[in-house]
Design a binder for this molecule. Structure first.
Ligand code: SAH
Length: 344
């Protein structure tokens, strides 16, 4: 069970070694608590008075023996005791997949890594609006917008490595999954090269979750048994259009708004029928989520007002969503959710 308590102005005693407790101290301070510290169980004599009767004891599990007696006495006198995880080893980088933009689609591992971070480097597509409540670490925007790179990729890699070498727990928070058009591999390589320990926490990719937000399953029995995820960052070659058209199944395009016109024309030339359904899902899971549905022959015109971030879905699965919508299924629920988000 989880319980939220307003700790502003409350006395909190944090027990545990300095190394293990450093992040708990920061979290409780960020929550507005008045903090006192006990770094070794020997500091509290068995029969001595308890340190200044606190509202809460945050007991960090630092592996030292001897805390149990103190904590037991606290409990006996009616003081709340909260168990806190120790800070992870310092000086490493964690690449975290942030999902498509809502904190609800962060993984449990992502939430733990954010809580444990001394510094978080994030960008625009990560769920950054809620970061303050997920991490008390320093938050650094290295945001990329199409055609606008405030911090270059090599600059980001240098920042990650530098912070980890200075002994900080570094989280690099990325939209979706770090390894799907996220340059995660390059950031891992930069850490490895610098001798910095690095790990990757997979995230919910927009390639699957954003179509789902519009009620579109990327595969569906007897409709599509494969899906291909393509970057539309640069126009495809004629050969690539032919390959894609020849594969069948569902085509999912990320970063495809700028090249939609070329893609639709290319797939038509390569033989995909003009009435192949296409959906453009903009701003998945965010206020203003919008789905535009047309056909391959008409989508360029229909989506003229669409903007990034958006996921394109090309294939018969788009009709599955439309059929479910008609029956008040998941897609209709999502419409209502999107409408309420827009009203919020
Ligand atoms: N690593 C990310 C993709 C990065 S490329 C992932 O796995 O999701 C950036 C592209 O992702 C955008 O141009 C857009 O096509 C897509 N995208 C990410 N979040 C999105 C969202 N909330 N709504 C619509 N498209 C999104």
């Amino acid at each position: 069970m989880q319980l939220s308590i307003d700790l502003s102005g409350r006395e909190v005693l944090i027990t545990g070694s300095d190394a293990a407790a450093r992040q708990a101290v920061r979290r409780y301070r960020a929550a507005g608590a008045i903090i006192s510290r006990l770094s070794a169980p020997a500091g509290a004599r068995e029969d001595g008075p308890l340190p200044e009767r606190p509202f809460l004891v945050a007991a960090v599990d630092d592996g030292q023996p001897g805390w149990d007696t103190l904590l037991e006495r606290c409990r006996e006198t009616g003081i709340l005791v909260a168990a806190e995880p120790p800070a992870g080893p310092a000086g490493h980088v964690t690449l975290v997949g942030g999902g498509p933009g809502t904190p609800e689609l962060l993984t449990v591992a992502a939430v733990a890594a954010l809580r444990d971070a001394d510094v978080v480097f994030y960008d625009r597509l990560a769920p950054h609006q809620e970061l303050c409540s997920l991490s008390s670490g320093e938050l650094v925007d290295v945001g990329k917008r199409p055609g606008h790179h405030p911090v270059s990729q090599s600059g980001i890699e240098e920042l990650l490595v530098e912070a980890a070498l200075a002994g900080r727990n570094v989280v690099r928070l990325k939209g979706g999954d770090p390894y799907v058009f996220g340059r995660g591999g390059e950031e891992v390589a930069a850490c490895v090269q610098a001798g910095v320990p690095v790990r990757v926490i997979s995230g919910v990719t927009s390639a699957i979750s954003v179509p789902a937000a519009a009620g579109i399953p990327v595969t569906h029995r007897e409709v599509s048994h494969l899906f291909t995820v393509v970057s539309g960052h640069a126009p495809l070659t004629e050969k690539e259009h032919e390959h894609l058209a020849g594969l069948g199944g569902t085509i999912v395009v990320l970063m495809g708004i700028g090249t939609l016109h070329q893609l639709a024309a290319g797939l038509r030339r390569a033989g995909l029928p003009a009435d192949t359904p296409v959906a453009v899902v903009e701003r998945g899971y965010r206020p203003g989520q919008r789905t535009t549905i047309a056909e391959l022959g008409t989508i360029a015109r229909a989506a003229a007002g669409c903007s990034s971030p958006a996921v394109l879905v090309i294939g018969e699965v788009v009709r599955v969503a439309e059929a479910n919508r008609g029956h008040g299924g998941a897609a209709a629920d999502l419409d209502r959710l999107a409408a309420s988000l827009m009203g919020a």
